[in-house]
Design a protein around this ligand. Structure first.
Ligand SMILES: Nc1ncnc2c1ncn2[C@@H]1O[C@H](COP(=O)(O)OP(=O)(O)OP(=O)(O)O)[C@@H](O)[C@H]1O
Length: 530
C-alpha cells in the first residue's frame, strides 16, 4: 500500500499509471514479429543480422556474419550471432540491448536496415520473457579491449540492468569467436529464447538465403541445431556506395515535425531556418515561401505559432523546389543483384533493373527489380517472390505489400509468361527491392511496405522493363526450340529419304520432283514404288 493511502481509498489518479514502452511491447510483442515460436527465432536472427550488416557497411567492412543455433530444450533455442563490424563502446552496449527505442539511426535521414531503435532490445526482451534469461554481449572495437556484458531490461523503467560488466582477454576461453575465425573487431550476442527451428518457406535458413541474394558482398554462415553448416559465400568484394545523410524536404515533412524543429533550431530568422534545416532550400526559395505565406522572412522562428507554420508548409507546396538529393540512397545495383541471384539460384536467365531515384512524400526512394528464370529454379506452378526493403528480406504479410500489388498490375502474358489470374507462372523468381531513407512500413514489425502510388508505379515500370527482356529471351528460346524440333524431325527421316532423293536427283523439273516427293512420303520413301 502506498504511503498515506488508507485502505479502501484509491491512490491519486485511481487505476491510472504511466506505461513504459518496454511494458507496452512486452504485452504486444506480436507487433514486433514475436507472434509464435517459429516466427520469433526468425525475428531474433533478422534483427541481429540486419544490425551486423548495417554496422559493417557504416565502416566499409566486408561483412562476415555467423549464426549459430542450438536446441537445448523442447521449444527452446540458444541463438548466437557474431559479426566483424565496428563493435560498440562500453557505455553504449547496455543501452542498445537493454532499452527499447534506443539507436543511432532514428534521427538520421539516411538509408539503413534499422530505423526505429527497437529491434535488438525487443529480441532481448523476448528472451527474458520466454526463458527468464538475460542477454550476453561481447563487443570489441579495433585496438580496444573486448567488453562482456550480461544485461536484463527493467521493463517498468525501460532501462538496462547490468548483471555483469567485465573485460575479456583474447587468450581467455570465454573470448567470443572460436579461434577459427577470430575477429579483431565486432560483436557477439547470445540469447536463449522460446523458439521452434523449422525449415521451409518461413525459416531462418530461407531468411539468410534471401539475405545472401541481396547482400552478395557478405559472407554468412549458419550452423543449424543438428550441426549442419551452411555457407552463403561472398561473391563480390565490392560494397555498394555508402549512403549520405540528408535533411528533410519541405514537400513531405509533417507539421508536428516542423513545430519541433522550430523549437530546437538556433536559426535567427525564418528565412535562415528554412535554408539551414531543409534540403534544397536556397535564399531565393526561402524568401518565396515566406512571401507566399505572408510571413516576414526576418522574424525569429520561435515566434511562429502553429497556424503560421502550417501556412509556411502550404506555401512551400506552391514554390518549385528541386527534388531532394539522392546520394542518401544505397541501391545494390544491377551487377551485384545479378551476382546475388545467380549464386543462390543458378538460373538460365537473369535480368536486373535499377530505376532512377524518385520521391514519395518528400522521401527519396529507388526501386530495383530482378527476374531469374529456369536453370535450377523448379517450375512449381506459381512464381516465387523475393521482397526487400533496404536490402532486408520481408518474409511475411506478402498480400499487404506494395510489391505484390505491383506484380499483379503487370500483364505478364504480354511477355510470353503464362498467368493464372494476375499472377505469373513458371520457373520464375521475382525480386523487388525498395531503397529509401524512410521505408513506409505498414507496422512496427516492418513486414510489408505500404501501397503508395509513386512506389507501386516505379515497381511496375521496373517489372515491365525486366519483363520485356525476359519475354524476348523466352520468344527467342521458343523459336530456337521450334527450329530444333523441325531439324530433329527432318534428320530422323534422313536414313529413309537419302536413297529416295539420290534416286530423284537427276530427274525432271521441280513440279515433277515435288510430286514425286509427295508420292515418296505417301509410299514411305520407297523409290521402287514410283
Ligand atoms: N552488431 C552491432 N554492431 C554495431 N552496432 C550495433 C550492433 N547492433 C546494434 N547496434 C547499434 O544499436 C542500435 C540499436 O539497434 P536496434 O536493433 O535496437 O535498432 P535499429 O537497428 O536502430 O532499428 P530497428 O528497430 O528498426 O531495427 C543501432 O542503431 C546501432 O547503432
Amino acid at each position: 500500500m502506498p504511503n498515506g493511502v488508507e485502505e479502501g481509498m484509491e491512490a491519486e489518479g485511481g487505476d491510472h499509471r504511466e506505461i513504459s514502452v518496454a511494458e507496452f511491447f512486452e504485452k504486444n510483442k506480436h507487433l514486433l514479429g514475436f507472434e509464435n515460436a517459429q516466427k520469433s527465432i526468425i525475428t531474433v536472427v533478422k534483427e541481429a543480422v540486419d544490425n551486423s550488416l548495417d554496422a559493417c557497411e557504416q565502416d566499409d567492412i566486408l561483412p562476415e556474419v555467423h549464426v549459430i543455433i542450438d536446441e537445448y530444450d523442447d521449444e527452446k533455442c540458444r541463438v548466437e550471432i557474431r559479426d566483424n563490424a565496428i563493435g560498440l563502446d562500453r557505455e553504449t552496449i547496455p543501452k542498445v540491448f537493454g532499452k527499447l527505442l534506443y539507436g543511432s539511426k532514428f534521427h538520421k535521414l539516411q538509408q539503413s536496415r534499422g530505423q526505429q531503435g527497437i529491434g535488438i532490445s525487443a529480441s532481448a526482451m523476448y528472451a527474458q520473457l520466454t526463458t527468464g534469461e538475460p542477454v550476453t554481449v561481447y563487443s570489441k572495437q579495433e585496438g580496444e579491449p573486448c567488453h562482456k556484458f550480461v544485461v536484463r531490461i527493467d521493463t517498468e523503467k525501460n532501462e538496462p540492468e547490468i548483471l555483469e560488466d567485465e573485460i575479456i582477454e583474447p587468450e581467455s576461453d570465454e573470448f567470443p569467436g572460436d579461434k577459427d575465425y577470430f575477429f579483431d573487431h565486432g560483436t557477439t550476442i547470445e540469447m536463449n529464447i522460446e523458439a521452434k527451428y523449422t525449415r521451409g518457406h518461413h525459416s531462418v535458413r530461407n531468411y539468410l538465403k534471401h539475405t545472401a541474394i541481396m547482400n552478395p558482398y557478405a559472407r554468412v554462415v549458419l550452423k543449424e541445431p543438428d550441426g549442419n553448416k551452411i555457407e552463403y559465400p561472398r561473391v563480390s568484394k565490392e560494397l555498394p556506395e555508402k549512403p549520405k545523410e540528408i535533411k528533410p524536404h519541405l514537400h513531405g515533412v509533417e507539421l508536428g515535425v516542423v513545430l519541433r524543429m522550430v523549437d530546437n533550431s538556433n536559426a535567427r530568422t525564418v528565412s535562415s531556418f528554412l535554408q539551414k534545416e531543409f534540403t534544397r532550400v536556397g535564399r531565393t526559395s526561402a524568401e518565396q515561401v515566406c512571401e507566399e505565406a505572408e510571413i516576414e522572412s526576418g522574424r525569429r522562428p520561435n515566434t511562429l505559432d502553429k497556424d503560421e507554420v502550417e501556412d509556411l508548409l502550404k506555401a512551400a507546396e506552391n514554390v518549385k523546389l528541386q527534388s531532394p538529393p539522392t546520394d542518401c540512397l544505397s541501391p545494390i545495383g544491377e551487377d551485384l543483384m545479378e551476382k546475388g541471384l545467380t549464386k543462390e539460384l543458378n538460373p538460365e536467365f537473369t535480368e536486373t533493373i535499377t530505376r532512377k531515384p524518385t520521391v514519395y512524400k518528400g522521401n527519396p526512394f529507388q526501386v530495383e527489380v530482378g527476374l531469374a528464370w529456369g536453370g535450377d529454379i523448379e517450375d512449381e506452378g506459381s512464381f516465387e517472390e523475393l521482397r526487400y526493403a533496404n536490402k532486408v528480406p520481408l518474409l511475411y504479410k506478402k498480400s499487404a505489400c506494395v510489391t505484390t500489388k505491383a506484380i499483379e498490375n503487370v500483364s505478364w502474358n504480354r511477355y510470353n509468361i503464362s498467368q493464372t489470374g494476375n499472377r505469373p507462372q513458371g520457373p520464375l523468381y521475382i525480386s523487388i527491392h525498395i531503397a529509401s531513407v524512410w521505408v513506409p512500413f505498414t507496422s512496427e514489425g516492418k513486414e510489408a511496405v505500404a501501397n503508395y502510388d509513386p512506389i507501386r508505379k516505379e515497381m511496375k515500370l521496373a517489372l515491365q522493363e525486366a519483363g520485356r527482356k525476359l519475354g524476348k529471351y523466352l520468344k527467342r528460346k521458343e523459336r530456337r526450340e521450334i527450329q530444333e524440333k523441325k531439324k530433329r524431325q527432318l534428320t530422323s527421316y534422313a536414313k529413309e529419304m537419302a536413297p529416295a532423293i539420290a534416286a530423284l536427283a537427276d530427274e525432271g523439273n521441280e513440279a515433277e520432283m515435288e510430286d514425286k516427293i509427295q508420292q515418296l512420303v505417301q509410299n514411305d520413301y520407297n523409290p521402287e514404288q514410283l
